[in-house]
Ligand binder design. Structure first.
Ligand SMILES: Cc1ncc(COP(=O)(O)O)c(C=O)c1O
Length: 492
C-alpha cells in the first residue's frame, strides 16, 4: 500500500522546492493547523495583509477551524453553536462547529485539499511546475483544490457532476485559470463512479495527477488530527462550564468519509460514538441502496477507501425532503418568526445562515441519534456545518417551488418544524454490531478491488484497527518533511 512516507522522485521534489522557493511560499504543518497558536510570527504577519477570499499563499495558514468572525484573525475557539431542546426537541445538546470560516471557499474542504497536496509535494509525488492537480469531487473539495492550486501557483482541474448547484459552478468559473479546467461528469450528487471514470481517463496523461479525496489517507489524517483536536477543544470548553457533560457522539455525513476521521480522534480521547450519515434516497450503508438525492456534498453508492468502517457505531439516513424543507424554514422570515416564538435563542437563529444542506442533514441525524440512544441533557453530540447557506441560494427558490408551491407562511413553517424536527424519529437508524460493520466494509470491495484494481491484501488490511492506528504515525513524519521542505525552499 502506498502510504506516501518515502521520497518517490527526487527531481520532482527538487523542482517543487524550487517552485516554492521562487514564490517564497511556506507550507504549514498539520500541527500548526491543528493548533494555530503554534504558527510562527513570520506567517502570522504575512496574514495581516491577506484577503481571506483571495488566492493568496498566506491563506494556507488559515486552513484551520480557528478563524475569527472576520475570517482574518485567530479566535480562541472554533466557531460553534449549541442547539438546545427549543430547536431540536431533544434534551441532549447538539453542538455544531461552523465550517464557513475557512478561507477562499467558505467550507472546510480546503483542509483535505491542502492535506492531499502537501503530502505529495513533500514526498516528490507532485511537480507543481509541470503537472496539473486533478480534484475529483461533488463540489466543495474541487473548489478547495482549485483554491489551493491557485494559492501555490500550480494548475488545478475540478471534476464534478454537471448537476451540482449553480453557486459551485459560478465560483469555479471565477477561480479556474482556464475554463477547460472544469470537467463536468454525468449526473448529480451520487454519481461518484462517473467522476472516477473521468479521472482514470485523464490520468493516462502523466501531466495529470489525481488527488482522490475518497482514497488518499491524507484526507482522513487531516480530519483526524486537525478537526479532531479542534472539535475536542470545543467540547472541553463546554465541559468546563458543565462538568457533568459527556461526549456521547460525533455525527457526520459521509461524502469522502474524511470528516469522519475526526470521529476516530474523538472516540479514542472522549469515548464518543461515531455516527455516519447518508441520504435516505441513496442509502448505501443502511440498505445497499442507490438513487438520486439533493444533499449536496454527500455523494454515495460506494464506501470510500478512507472510511474506517470498523470503528463506526451508528449509521443514519436522512431524507433530502427534510433538508430541502428545513433549508427553507431556516432561511425564511416566517421560519425565523416561528422558531423565535417557540423559544429558540438569538444565537441559534443567527447561526442558521451558516447551515448548508449537509449541515441540516447532520443536525437531523443528531436528533435521530439522540432519540435512538436515549440521550439526555448531559450527553452532548458534536457535529459539523461543512458549508453555509450561501452556497445554495438557488436551491432555496427550487425548494420553495417544489415543496411549498412558491410561498412559505406560518402554517408551512409549523408543519415543517413539526415533521422534520419535533417528530424526527428513530426510523432509518442502524446501531452497528459486528455483522453490520462487516457488511458495510465488504461493500467497499466492489468499488476498490473489482472496479479500481486495488490489491485485495491492501483492501483487507483496513479491516484491522491497528492499520488505522499505524496511519497516525504518518502525521509527525509529514510534519518533519514539511519543515525540511520549507528549509530547503528558503521560505521557512
Ligand atoms: C457540503 C458538504 N457536506 C459534507 C461533505 C462530506 O464531507 P467528507 O467528504 O469529509 O465526508 C462534503 C464533502 O465534500 C461537502 O461538500
Amino acid at each position: 500500500m502506498n502510504l506516501l512516507n518515502t521520497l518517490a522522485d527526487r527531481d520532482a521534489y527538487d523542482r517543487a522546492v524550487e517552485h516554492f522557493g521562487r514564490r517564497r511560499i511556506a507550507l504549514p504543518t498539520f500541527a500548526e493547523l491543528a493548533e494555530p497558536a503554534r504558527i510562527g510570527p513570520a506567517a502570522r504577519s504575512a496574514l495581516a495583509a491577506a484577503d481571506p477570499d483571495a488566492a493568496a499563499p498566506a491563506n494556507l495558514f488559515r486552513v484551520h477551524w480557528y478563524n475569527d468572525a472576520a475570517r482574518s484573525g485567530v479566535a480562541a475557539l472554533p466557531a460553534h453553536v449549541v442547539l438546545t431542546e427549543a430547536l431540536t426537541g431533544v434534551a441532549a445538546p447538539i453542538v455544531v462547529v461552523l465550517g464557513d470560516r475557512f478561507p477562499m471557499i467558505q467550507a472546510h474542504k480546503v483542509l483535505p485539499a491542502y492535506a492531499c497536496l502537501v503530502s505529495r509535494l513533500v514526498t516528490g509525488r507532485f511537480d507543481p511546475s509541470r503537472q496539473r492537480a486533478l480534484w475529483p469531487s461533488t463540489g466543495n473539495y474541487c473548489r478547495g483544490g482549485v483554491a489551493i492550486s491557485r494559492a501555490v501557483g500550480c494548475r488545478g482541474v475540478a471534476i464534478l457532476p454537471a448537476g451540482m448547484s449553480d453557486e459551485r459552478f459560478a465560483w469555479l468559473e471565477r477561480w479556474v485559470v482556464d475554463p477547460a479546467d472544469i470537467v463536468r461528469t454525468p449526473g448529480t450528487e451520487s454519481n461518484v463512479r462517473e467522476i472516477y471514470d473521468a479521472c482514470a481517463e485523464l490520468e493516462r496523461d502523466p501531466a495529470n495527477v489525481v488527488l482522490n479525496q475518497f482514497s488518499e489517507f491524507a484526507n482522513y489524517l487531516a480530519h483526524f488530527s486537525v478537526t479532531g483536536r479542534a472539535f475536542e477543544h470545543v467540547f472541553e470548553s463546554l465541559r468546563a462550564q458543565r462538568p457533568s457533560l459527556r461526549l456521547a457522539a460525533f455525527v457526520a455525513a459521509s461524502g469522502s468519509a474524511g470528516t469522519l476521521g475526526a470521529g476516530d480522534w474523538l472516540k479514542a480521547r472522549q469515548g464518543a460514538r461515531i455516527v455516519a450519515v447518508e441520504a435516505l434516497e441513496c442509502p448505501t450503508m443502511l440498505y445497499n441502496g442507490y438513487g438520486e438525492h439533493n444533499i449536496q456534498g454527500i455523494g454515495d453508492k460506494h464506501i470510500p477507501y478512507i472510511h474506517n468502517v470498523v470503528n463506526g457505531d451508528v449509521a443514519v439516513a436522512v431524507s433530502d425532503r427534510a433538508t430541502d424543507q428545513l433549508f427553507v424554514l431556516f432561511n425564511d422570515p416566517a421560519g425565523h418568526a416561528l422558531l423565535r416564538a417557540q423559544g429558540v435563542g438569538d444565537d441559534a437563529i443567527a447561526a442558521l445562515p451558516h447551515f448548508g444542506l449537509s449541515s441540516i442533514c447532520n443536525i437531523v441525524a443528531a436528533i435521530k441519534t439522540a432519540k435512538t440512544l436515549g440521550l439526555g441533557a448531559d450527553d452532548a453530540l458534536l457535529t459539523v456545518a461543512t458549508d453555509g447557506a450561501a452556497m445554495y441560494r438557488s436551491e432555496f427558490a427550487k425548494a420553495l417551488d417544489r415543496h411549498f408551491g412558491g410561498a412559505f407562511d406560518e402554517g408551512a413553517a409549523r408543519r415543517t418544524q413539526n415533521t422534520h424536527l419535533a417528530q424526527a424519529g428513530t426510523e432509518h437508524v442502524l446501531v452497528l454490531g459486528e455483522v453490520e460493520r462487516r457488511r458495510i466494509f465488504n461493500l467497499g470491495y466492489y468499488t476498490w478491488v473489482e472496479q479500481r484494481g486495488v490489491a485485495l491484501a491492501d483492501f483487507e488490511a483496513r479491516r484491522d484497527p491497528a492499520f488505522w492506528q499505524g496511519l497516525h504515525a504518518l502525521l509527525p513524519q509529514w510534519d518533519a518533511m514539511i519543515g525540511e521542505f520549507n528549509r530547503a525552499s528558503g521560505a521557512a
